[in-house]
Write a protein that binds this ligand. Structure first.
Ligand code: SF4
Length: 453
């Protein structure tokens, strides 16, 4: 049961010494209860109180690490049901399923395709995280062979998926495989003792599955007593609606009721024959509240939208994603190259940069500091005006790099033209309203009116 602020207050020194940075012990206790403070911030708290509070103040959803080293995937330790309340911290892992029924040639082909599932979006490289090797054959030799091959041929994290403890043990006996800390999936009410023994022995996280939340809670408690604390839960619901309800109930039970038996990240397997349906389902589960998604199909056109959804969900909604405000060079710029400005909101900047690249016309892009807001938002909030743009031009000394004095401005703020001309003394050319219009603008309008004066 979670301790209330008053319960916690009774365990504190009650001296109101302020060493924790809060005005009173009660204020600190309230923040501890809301998980906005750490007990270690009070230097005078007793060891006994620490122990009592330590257990109570542990995150309601356990942080689980799959893999080892810098590339490890951390899932769980989320604090809120809704992203706008705080943010979601640990992006869900995306896995592609690989069957141990594949022939050598099919496996080679699939591994090559899976390795290529990396994309650049808004200045960040995004990609899938894991391969889930599935023991569809029921044969432990085939499972071990495919597991070993995947492990040695692909630089992704691993999920070993088999119901058989014998097959799992054999796969884990391959050189160096256990040290990669794969997720062992899955324990159920028949095999959990043997699976937990393996997970403990090899120090690997354990996937647990059931068609009932009550049974899942029961299993996690039993598995904890066997010495395994890192678990990932799969509620095997009946259809999309049931799975979504299950994922939501799991998250609510952990966060709202502090129900530790279900306080673990989740894993969900997709297997829809409709390739559009599979990605629509996966996106739905990503929003609420999948920790790991295992895809059956993995065409780039399916994976990229899913990764885009993930990238959007796991940003802090209270902090616009920004690029550094500065002068960027796209291509081999010269003193005759065009210069245009946009804002330092990542999505805006990268949309502009992408279109400029597509035009193949080397161009300077001045990213003006608007605190990460888009062109119209910044303009309407007076974060983008002639003085702000002139200051950015001065700070970057853009004029010293060019033979001309012509600035292309976003069409959405054409209204700034006259004031900006007065402020800077530059000729102002009104560009397109949308970034998608830039290639044609640079090839025609700039070529006619800008470059040739
Ligand atoms: S440091 Fe500890 S004793 Fe001092 S005010 Fe904070 S909670 Fe109270």
């Amino acid at each position: 049961m979670a301790l209330t602020g008053l319960d916690i207050y009774k365990l504190l020194p009650k001296t109101n010494c302020k060493k924790c940075g809060r005005p009173t012990c009660l204020a600190f206790a309230m923040q501890l209860a809301q998980k906005k403070a750490n007990i270690d911030e009070c230097p005078d708290v007793s060891e006994q109180a620490k122990q009592t509070l330590g257990a109570a103040s542990a995150p309601p959803i356990k942080l689980v690490t799959i893999g080892a080293g810098d590339n490890a995937l951390r899932v769980g330790e989320e604090n809120v049901l809704f992203r706008h309340e705080e943010k979601f911290y640990h992006p869900a892992g995306v896995a592609v399923a690989v069957s141990d029924r594949l022939s050598e040639a099919e496996l080679d082909k699939k591994l090559k395709e899976v390795s290529a599932l990396r994309f650049h979006r808004v200045g960040t490289e995004i990609g899938i995280n894991l391969v889930a090797i599935q023991n569809d054959s029921g044969d432990k030799d085939a499972f071990a062979r495919v597991s070993q091959k995947v492990s040695s041929n692909i630089n992704l994290l691993l999920i070993l998926a088999s119901q058989s403890p014998e097959a799992m043990a054999q796969a884990l006996s391959a050189d160096g495989l256990a040290a990669k800390r794969p997720l062992l999936y899955g324990a159920n009410n028949q095999n959990f003792e043997s699976m937990a023994k393996l997970a403990k022995e090899k120090n690997c996280p354990l996937g647990v599955h059931s068609t009932s939340l009550e049974e899942l809670a029961d299993l996690t408690e039993k598995i904890k007593t066997l010495g395994v604390s890192e678990m990932v839960l799969n509620y095997q619901g009946n259809g999309v609606r049931d799975v979504l309800q299950g994922l939501t109930r799991l998250r609510r039970a952990a966060l709202r009721k502090n129900f530790r038996s279900l306080g673990f990240p989740t894993i969900t397997f997709l297997n829809d024959q409709d390739p559009y349906g599979e990605i629509a389902q996966a996106s739905t589960y990503l929003a609420k509240y999948a920790g790991i998604l295992v895809l059956h199909s993995y065409e780039p056109w399916q994976v990229l939208p899913l990764l885009t959804v993930r990238q959007n969900i796991y940003t802090d909604p209270q902090k616009p994603v920004q690029v550094q405000p500065k002068l960027y060079e796209v291509g081999q710029v010269t003193p005759d190259s065009p210069v245009l400005f946009t804002t330092n909101f990542s999505l805006t900047y990268y949309s502009v940069e992408g279109e400029v690249e597509a035009s193949r016309i080397p161009t300077y892009i001045l990213a003006v500091d608007t605190e990460g807001t888009s062109v119209l938002t910044a303009y309407s909030g007076d974060k983008l005006n002639e003085k702000v743009v002139a200051k950015a031009m001065n700070n970057t000394s853009v004029g010293e790099r060019l033979k001309h004095k012509k600035l292309i401005i976003p069409g959405l703020v054409a209204v700034m033209s006259a004031k900006l001309k007065d402020e800077t003394g530059w000729d102002i050319l009104v560009g397109p309203k949308e970034a998608s219009g830039l290639p044609s603008y640079l090839k025609t309008t700039w070529d006619r009116h800008g470059k040739k004066g």
